[in-house]
Design a protein around this ligand. Structure first.
Ligand code: B3K
Ligand code: ZN
Length: 874
């Protein structure tokens, strides 16, 4: 397919104001009748034909315009469109009927069936798989939807908006329901559900006193696992009122959980459809991470009601307008619900592990891309997570008050519209009185900026100087870059850790705004050389290189009042030691001295007042992916793995007593509560268990096994099993078997079991994964199973996926090709594992390339896979 370009955007030639749909759910004989009120767009091309999008559709019966059948000669149907060359000049009603077989829809886009339930997914271009339409986000229509189905098979019938009527169809076993959505919306927000589901009910009174009925629909027997999601929903609704002044606008808000879903969830107006992974939780089946994932995704989809639905995107290039902003909002929500510093650390860890990687490889693209071949491939960490960082930087730059004013202006000015990034940014420059032209480079320039910071001290003049230098690396299609606007929050500390309040030469309070390639900042009149804490809270999404002397680092690790930077200082030091070890392991250089790391960890352990969640973060070594990214080229995943293990072993040798004492202190029996405090304690427990078992011997296996068998909740159980699965032993296999029989038939829980086994860093793992693909609870047609087992291997097992014999790559390649015939989106997602293949050492790199070429040559690929493979290879 040819590329779609932002520069070629044209307003639609026609508009659709209203749609009346009649959907008859009837297995392979399902029919969709659509009556659309169309009119020419006066801003469009005056003589343009009407071209409706369609994908894989079958028309049933003749087309009608204003109630009259259209002669066959007056329209034509092609693979992806329906063209009416000369439609009426004035407004008219077009009626057409399409015939669908939802059960045969394995792409899970459009109308499909998940465990028998009829459901839809329309973003980005799925509505065109239901009916012919102007399937683009800048065509906004109101919808009335009548759904009809067998009452026994589908007692629940849902669509967007408010329920209008319902009833039986006399003389049959069938019934119907009519839904009306008064808010004009683009087709990607359309949704419909029909099935036999259990309902959890609740209600919410909005800030203006309206009562909203809330419903969460799940498979029968799982209602008791939906309570946390409902609680998270109500907290999200309240939070959006309090923090952004946004009130919910319909009489009902429904969520449906389905087990076959291509992504996490979907924000359809008034009817969110969710991957059941982000709804269902009980202490016995879900981990703390699952609970916080549910809280975040429920909030995210709910927040889309204003940022995405009431104000939507003009075109798909503006995707970050809704996604980056909504991720920012859900991150702020989590920070308010849980611990702000812990949320920040874990968000930054995620950003670096995925987005920084993406930005440094063949898939790098701007937050607002300029062209795409397949839009589904742009639901990326760059659009989402970097998109959120850009909003956060904007807020830091203009201040919280102007930021809120800008948001208010945005909601007021663009409500009901399909907007652009330019319009969004204009609200903030008006609200703050600041020119944001240069800031907009964050949307158009790909690549993670590097900032080098050099400090100096002039004793005689009492002047402390900071020299900054920024550079943005070249990325595909962008060789040279301009300097960006980089907001660096900072603080200077005097002796004993007291913050100094001295104006810097650029005068911006405790904020340096770097906007040139080079810049120099002076602080004058200081009695002593201060210690600088820079990029506090990760105020700018950059790679920061500082020349901090060892003494300053130790000082900051102890005294910095920014918890993020306290964590960062230790991470940076640990990363440096680990990289030295990697080099030593691959050469004859001596191993580095890890005494300073041991000392820092000992100090953290001794700090009893520290929040356990924060301590868990401090004690977690940089990941293998983090180290690979820092090393950047000629990466040897085995050496990275061994360097980390070696450091864990030295920490254990030096600190065993402290680690054990602390571990035992976390084991206090307490009833499971999925709150931040409990989660922090359990996270710490598993991090300590991992260190305590670093010898990976039989005794280590016993320690982990003991936690596994005594666990009374899934977090402790899976934490123990994750640690145990890294140790080759009989106990590991026993524990894995016990887990499998306990949760047999529960795919969602077994996903954790699949993923753990896929991540075992041993030569036998590939075979194990292949064997597991035959497991009765595994299925290639379920996206969650594929992601946990195949995705878990490709993205969660750096040493085995990149086996030097190339078999890991070849395995992925074969599965991508096979899956592509069934579900291109899921197949394409797996290719994300290749985002860093060029950084590998030559032997592995050659094998990765072979596998990519094999995919490329396998013929009849989907647009999704084709686009990624060709980008990976250029
Ligand atoms: N907007 C959806 C993602 C749709 C992905 C389409 N390939 C979920 C979300 O970001 O909230
Ligand atoms: Zn979203």
């Amino acid at each position: 397919p040819s590329a779609v370009k932002l520069s070629e955007y044209r307003v639609p030639d026609f508009l659709i104001d209203h749609v009346e749909m009649d959907v008859v759910l009837d297995g392979p004989a399902t029919r969709v009748s659509a009556r659309m009120s169309l009119r020419r767009n006066l801003q469009g091309r005056p003589d343009a034909p009407l071209i409706l999008d369609g994908d894989d559709l079958r028309l049933s019966g003749p087309l009608e315009i204003d109630g009259r059948a259209l002669p066959l000669s007056d329209y034509s149907v092609a693979a992806q469109s329906l063209v009416i060359p000369a439609p009426p000049e004035g407004p008219f009603e077009l009626h057409l009927v399409t015939a669908l077989d939802p059960a045969a829809n394995t792409k899970l886009m459009g109308l499909y069936r998940s465990s028998g339930t009829y459901c839809t997914q329309c973003e980005a271009e799925g509505f065109r798989r239901i009916t012919y339409f102007l399937d683009r986000p800048d065509v906004l229509a109101t919808y009335r939807v009548r759904i009809e189905a067998d009452r026994a098979e589908a007692p629940i019938l849902l669509s967007n908006g408010n329920p209008e009527s319902a009833g039986s169809i006399e003389g049959t076993d069938r019934h119907f329901a009519v839904w009306h959505d008064p808010f004009p919306k683009p087709s990607y927000l359309f949704a419909l559900v029909g099935g036999d589901l259990a309902q959890l009910k609740d209600s919410f009174r909005t800030m203006s006193g309206r009562d909203v009925e809330l419903g969460i629909y799940v498979e029968h027997g799982k209602q008791d696992r939906a309570g946390y999601a409902m609680d998270a929903l109500k907290r999200s609704m309240r939070w959006d009122e309090e923090k952004f002044g946004r009130e919910y606008d319909l009489d009902v808000f429904n969520i449906v959980a389905v087990s076959d879903f291509n992504m996490g969830a979907m924000e359809n107006k008034g009817l969110n459809v969710f991957n059941d992974k982000y709804v269902l939780a009980s202490s016995d089946t879900a981990t703390d991470a699952d609970y916080s994932g549910i809280e975040a995704v429920i909030a995210h989809e709910y927040f889309h009601n204003w940022t995405g639905n009431r104000i939507t995107c003009r075109d798909w290039f503006q995707l970050c307008l809704k996604e980056g902003l909504t991720v920012f909002r859900d991150q702020e929500f989590t920070a308010d619900m849980r611990s702000r510093p812990v949320e920040r650390i874990s968000d930054v860890r995620g950003l670096r592990a995925v987005q920084f990687m993406e930005d440094a490889g063949p898939f790098a693209h701007p937050v607002r891309p300029e062209s795409y071949r397949e839009i589904n491939n742009f639901y990326t960490a760059t659009v989402y997570e970097k998109g959120a960082e850009v909003i956060r930087m904007l807020k830091t730059l203009i201040g919280a008050e102007s930021f809120r004013k800008g948001m208010d202006l945005y909601f007021e000015r663009h409500d009901g519209q399909a907007a652009t990034i330019e319009q969004f940014i204009a609200c903030f420059s008006e609200a703050s009185g600041r020119n944001l032209d240069q800031f907009r480079l964050w949307y158009s320039q790909a690549g993670t900026p590097t900032v080098r910071a050099k400090t100096s001290w002039d004793e005689a003049g009492g002047t402390f100087t900071l020299e900054l230098e920024q550079a943005v690396p070249p990325t595909p299609g962008q060789d040279t870059k301009k300097p960006m606007v980089i907001p660096l929050a900072y603080r200077l500390f005097g002796e004993n850790g007291t913050p100094l309040s001295v104006e810097n030469s650029s005068g911006d309070g405790e904020l340096i705004v770097l906007s040139d390639a080079h810049s120099r900042i002076d602080w004058k009149g200081l009695p002593k050389r201060p210690v600088l804490s820079l990029n506090r809270g990760f105020s700018a999404a950059i790679n920061l290189q500082t020349d901090l002397p060892e003494a300053d680092r130790l000082f900051l690790a102890r005294h910095d009042d920014d918890a993020f930077n306290r964590w960062q200082v230790l991470q940076t030091a640990t990363t440096e030691v680990l990289i030295k070890s990697v080099h030593a392991l691959r050469s004859t250089e001596p191993m580095p001295d890890d005494a300073p790391q041991i000392e820092a960890f000992a100090a953290a352990l001794a700090h009893t007042a520290l929040d356990p969640a924060l301590l868990a973060q401090l004690l977690t070594l940089p990941s293998e992916a983090d180290l690979a990214r820092e090393i950047g080229r000629d990466v040897d995943p085995d050496a990275i793995y061994n360097a980390r293990l070696r450091l864990k072993q030295s920490l254990l040798a030096a600190l065993e007593d402290d680690l054990r004492a602390r571990y035992e202190a976390t084991s206090v029996p307490a009833p499971y509560v999925p709150d931040a405090a409990g989660a922090g304690r359990r996270a710490l427990r598993t991090v300590l268990l991992d260190l305590l078992t670093a010898r990976r011997d039989e005794r280590s296996a016993h320690i982990a096994y003991a936690q596994f068998v005594s666990a009374d909740n899934q977090t402790d159980r899976i934490g123990a099993l994750a640690v145990l699965s890294q140790i080759e032993s009989r106990l590991r296999e026993d524990a894995l078997d016990a887990f499998a029989s306990r949760f047999a038939g529960d795919g969602l829980v077994l996903d954790k079991w699949f993923a753990l086994q896929a991540s075992i860093p041993e030569a036998g793992t590939l075979e194990r994964v292949q064997r597991l693909m035959q497991h009765p609870d595994f299925s290639l047609s379920n996206p969650n199973r594929v992601r946990s087992l195949i995705g878990g291997f490709a993205s969660g097992n750096p040493t085995q996926f990149t086996r030097p014999d190339g078999q890991g790559f070849a395995f992925l390649a074969d599965n991508v090709v096979q899956l592509d015939r069934m579900n291109p989106q899921v197949a394409a997602r797996l290719l994300g594992a290749f985002r860093t293949w060029r950084a590998l050492e030559p032997v592995r790199r050659a094998e990765a390339e072979k596998a990519l070429r094999k995919i490329a040559e396998s013929g009849s690929l989907s647009a999704d896979v084709n686009d990624l493979v060709s980008r990976a290879l250029t």
